[in-house]
Design a protein around this ligand. Structure first.
Ligand SMILES: NC(=O)c1ccc[n+]([C@@H]2O[C@H](COP(=O)([O-])OP(=O)(O)OC[C@H]3O[C@@H](n4cnc5c(N)ncnc54)[C@H](OP(=O)(O)O)[C@@H]3O)[C@@H](O)[C@H]2O)c1
Length: 259
């Protein structure tokens, strides 16, 4: 057996279909690209059409089947419509990645119901509803991979964690509930836990060189995260290789959480 064949048996996503929310930017875009280059047909879901089209153009130019769905995952109807459209592109997904997320960061005293509701809708309810829509089908077909992108704020407060930290803590619990329900049927459910990653989400912090350097010093690797740091971990969790890994939180944070 060649090393190529061996690696392919472990990690190839050939023939798989993936839906990646937030697949047009930052971590989600890097994961969409990684899954596509590992062989999956990928549907990216987000709101802004130009970014979505740009992502999909890049993938199709590389010979990867890809499609996009523009939808607001901040409403239940939006999530339902997005799920149906996403399944139309390449069929029911084998892999669901929930990377779409928002972090609005008002102080706790100023945290109103609107920010609370929007945060829970995008960061927690959309992953729940998409899981309900796609999880049972994955279980019936005997293979599935659900990957949520949570945050260090699922584990500790960090710069006005407010509703965001709560939503991410609950998302890790959701992964465990889904893992309990569907792992017996070949559907693993895990989370990737970023530390501080240089993406548009935290533009305010990542455009301040002093803060960037201070955060990098808190890691063990000595730098902040890049979206591409998630590629390998996402392919692993989406592949056959991770069949016995479920209900877990995999920290991709340069050692930040254990420093
Ligand atoms: N960057 C970090 O340091 C960091 C740290 C911990 C956790 N995370 C988590 O990692 C995930 C990805 O974050 P990122 O840093 O890659 O952020 P990003 O670059 O801002 O990407 C966020 C993505 O979510 C989409 N999105 C936001 N609201 C949406 C909505 N209502 N409906 C549909 N799509 C929506 C965005 O597209 P549209 O705006 O076009 O909708 C975009 O594709 C998030 O869940 C975030 O909480 C990030």
């Amino acid at each position: 057996m060649t090393s190529q064949t061996y690696l392919s048996e472990l990690f190839s996503l050939d023939g798989r279909t993936a839906v990646v929310t937030g697949g047009s930017s930052g971590i989600g875009r890097a994961i969409a690209g990684a899954l596509a280059r590992a062989g999956a047909s990928v549907v990216a879901v987000a709101r802004k059409e130009a970014e979505l089209a740009d992502t999909v153009d890049e993938l199709t130019a590389d010979g990867c089947p890809a499609a996009w769905v523009s939808a607001d995952l901040g409403s239940r109807d939006g999530v339902r419509a997005a799920a149906e459209q996403a399944a139309e592109a390449f069929g029911e997904p084998d892999i669901l990645v929930n990377s779409a997320g928002i972090n609005l960061r008002p102080t706790m005293g100023e945290l109103g119901e609107e920010v609370w509701d929007t945060t829970m809708a995008v960061n927690l309810e959309a992953p729940f509803l998409l899981g309900q829509r796609f999880g049972p089908g994955m279980a019936e077909r005997g293979f599935g991979r659900i990957i949520h992108i949570t945050s260090q704020q699922a584990h500790r407060a960090f710069v006005q964690s407010g509703a965001y930290g709560v939503s991410k803590g609950a998302l890790e619990s959701l992964a465990r509930s889904q893992a309990e329900a569907w792992s017996p049927y070949g559907v693993t459910c895990n989370t990737l836990v970023p530390g501080f990653v240089m993406t548009p989400l935290n533009e305010r912090l990542s455009s301040d060189p002093e803060k960037v350097a201070a955060l990098a010093a808190r890691t063990m690797v000595g730098r902040n995260g890049l979206a591409d740091d998630f590629a390998g971990a996402a392919v692993f969790l989406a592949s056959r290789a991770s069949a016995y890994v479920t209900g877990q939180a995999l920290f991709v944070d340069g050692g930040l959480s254990v420093h």
